[in-house]
Design a protein around this ligand. Structure first.
Ligand code: SF4
Length: 144
């Protein structure tokens, strides 16, 4: 079964305590067709929490040790984000997921575009850490 960012199906798990509900995905969830997952909660974070961004790179750079994830106070959160990505991959593989519907622009779930690490709202091209790991393992990521 495919997976989806938990915030898209209505769970209030974003850093600011909000959801980012997508009506179509919520419906798929209610029909039992997707499994919700939040990589950041899997990593042990609670809600609300400090926003985080990837500095000097994107998700694949974090996985290869060339970039880091920091929170808005400048504290390194790289290990937690990698842990969340690995646990999400484990969950996806255990359900034989072929596809992941993930929330745009997030440092975990973003696909194609993420915040640039300056906490100014500016974006750069690239994927979040979880998205990068899922793609590296053959799971198709659909940006929502
Ligand atoms: S980590 Fe992904 S699922 Fe969790 S709140 Fe952020 S965007 Fe949503």
């Amino acid at each position: 079964m495919d997976i989806a960012s938990a915030c898209l199906i209505g769970q209030k798990c974003r850093y600011n305590g909000q959801a980012a509900t997508d009506a179509k995905l919520k419906q798929l969830y209610e029909q039992g067709k997707v499994i919700p997952v939040c990589p950041e909660l899997l990593a042990g974070y609670t809600t609300p929490r400090n926003p985080c961004e990837i500095t000097l790179g994107q998700g694949s750079d974090v996985l290869s040790g060339k970039a880091t994830v920091v929170d808005i106070d400048g504290i390194d959160q790289t290990a937690e984000f990698i842990k969340g990505a690995e646990l999400t991959l484990e969950l996806a593989q255990s359900h034989n997921a072929k596809r992941a519907y993930l929330k745009s622009q997030s440092p975990s779930c973003g696909c194609g575009e993420i915040y640039d690490g300056s906490f100014s709202g500016d974006l750069r091209q690239g994927d979040g850490v979880t998205t990068a790991l899922l793609k590296q393992n053959g799971i198709k990521v659909v940006e929502v």
